[in-house]
Design a protein around this ligand. Sequence first.
Ligand SMILES: Nc1ncnc2c1ncn2[C@@H]1O[C@H](COP(=O)(O)OP(=O)(O)OP(=O)(O)O)[C@@H](O)[C@H]1O
Length: 786
Amino acid sequence: MGSGASVSEVSQPEMLEAGVEPEPDPPRASAPAGRSDDTVQVDEDVVKPDSHTVDIQSLKSEEIDTQREEEEEEEEEEEETTQTVVNTAVNETVEEGEEVSLDFESFLHNNGTLYSCFNHHGNRVYVDESQKLQPFPKDWYSQGRFITPNSESSGQPQTVASSQPAVREDDRIGSIYIQGRGTVITYMFEERVNICRFWDLQAGVWLLLPLQWEMNDEFVQARVQRVMSALPGLVDQKEITAALRQCNYDPEEVISIYLAMFGELLLQAPPGADHNYADLNSFRALLERDRVIEDLRQKLQTKEKEVDGLFQKNSYLTREVRYLNEVVQHLNQKLAELEADKQEAREKIRSLLSRRAPAVPPAKTIIKPTVDPDQLCQVSRLTRELNVSNKQLRSTVRQALTDMQNQLEQLKGSVGKVAQVEQEAAGEVEELRSLYRKEAVERKSLYNKLLELQGNIRVFCRCRKSSASNSCLENTNDQDVVVVQKGNKKKFQFDKVYPPSSTQEEVFTGTLPVITSCVDGYNVCILAYGQTGSGKTYTMMGPKENPGVNIRSIRELLRICAEKEKVSYTLKISMLEIYNDSLNDLLAKSSGATLDIRVQGKSVSVPGLTQVQVQTEADILSVMETGEKNRKIASTKMNIQSSRSHLVVALEVEGSDEVSGLMSRGTLTLCDLAGSERISKTEAEGQRLVEAAAINKSLTALGQVFSALKCNALHIPFRNSKLSLLLQPCLSGDAKCCVFVNVSPDAKDAAETLSTLQFGSTIRQVSLGKATQNIVPNKNKTSQVK
Ligand SMILES: Nc1ncnc2c1ncn2[C@@H]1O[C@H](COP(=O)(O)OP(=O)(O)OP(=O)(O)O)[C@@H](O)[C@H]1O
């Protein structure tokens, strides 16, 4: 709209950008900040031809007609009313932050005089020759015309009606019902700079429609849904609405922009579809990190393949060398044999020659040769042949030796090259590994930051199933639960509210993120709080055929451990119960010995507590079964009910990373608290009274710890009970905690339900300090993260 619109038009986008919802009160008309002179001082500079209100009149001409009729009916009061308007306009002073709407116009009288006018709350005044404000006379409407900048430039004078800009076909006029405000008329301007606005009857101007209101509009909702269905990874409806505004409510344009920015990542729903990222930038950074890690992993795989190829080539060449060595050896052997043959032949010749030349008889004695000349010829031929073959053999062997030597030299050269390439590849692999380690650590820290943003303590409310027709719970939705007690209603908010119809699987899903953290080396605790019979044991342990959080979280933990091939994990389980403020080891071979808690600095331990090393789910189930059995035997012996004690199952997870050489140690503590109940209500006596008092004392101490954490007290009273002391590592700085507050929907339990929800509400306001990872370098490994 025009510059005559109120200051609220300027301030609204700032509110929307900051994600602040405006007050539901209708905006009041006021002067724009820094333009307080608009109210009274009318000088030539300020009073310019302007028709900012005219388009409004065209849209709402009926309203103006009605207004005029009313004015005629009140003709007697006209003088007085107009005078009041003038006085108001003249005397109006602008307080800081107050809004005034003034619309400036020029009126050309048929007598040729141009008057500066302005309109305040539907009342028009003009500036007369002596620069004084006068009420605009009614008969002047037929004695002149209002001039707009357009009509001036074209030189075509216009009537009041014809100066109103037409509403284009593409522009959309609608209405929306806003609670506390009624139905407001909305208008979506086609120009990109202008966004959804509504007509404020009171202020008489078009105001920006707050983003939150706009999200209620069916037209906008349909487009938001279109974007969300095309991009399941995009979950922030406010962001989508803002993007739609920027794209002139064109969902296809929004989809193509997001796809161009984030690729196909947004085509898949984020892990945990009910997950709402508090900080979309963290989510994007996380996705970006994942992409980098994936690239690095692929690079690492390529390099490893290259190294494998080189190793294969190397072993092939080694085999070749070995074969050639064998050939050389064989040829040497043959040469030796030939030498021996040659020697033998020589011997033979020598013997033949000696036989040919016998002892010389005395002179003149003619001795007939004893050797047959044919034989001799044969021998000499043989000798010649032998000599020739000997020469050939020598040259063949010499040639073969030279060839082999050459081949050996070549092989030596390529082996050297292979070694060099291998060395280079090993260096690259090491570099990639260190990058991978760095990225993995960074990813973990980002994941952890995400959890920190969501809060290190998450509180869930689970409503038990009920057969009673009277329910004290109503209006439950995803995060809110309302308790009705004696006609009074009280609403509580939690990270998630599980209605009676929720399944064990759905309830477990809420705890998934913290289980991943336990494997990464954080102390993690899941505990159930609530009155007796509200479903704590059902939530934590559950029946065998439909197990609860305990078994499911252990299963998930084992699955994550198995997934990490390069990390070897050692798991140890312990089980204890706290009855009447004393600790009983449920896995001890011999019963009876009570345990104590030792505190050293920040570490809390139970000396003498049995820890059993486990590997599989079956191992864990069998250990837990033993613990449960021991708990029952002990409770029967002492004539107590097992549910009158707190049960604490702790699973210690120690990981050793082969690649990074780092050691991590996290603990998953699963705690089924004894039922909170009022002694007066149960009318407990004797042993039962002592138990109830001990339970209440320990739960009160736990409540005091949460209250102290809530107000960041310097002293946190962990030592007030064994329960709170034992849970100290799960509730102080370096832990992540999920608390289930279990409630009964029965009307008769309304008081207990209310107090349980109040307890849960206190916990929800606690934010633990920054969680720290229990990671140390593995002493057996030399490599560490740099
Ligand atoms: N969500 C549920 N669906 C079906 N049955 C349930 C549910 N929650 C609780 N129950 C049933 O209600 C009864 C009481 O539940 P449970 O023993 O878990 O209560 P509890 O809070 O652990 O009590 P206590 O403090 O005495 O140990 C059990 O029979 C259990 O099977």
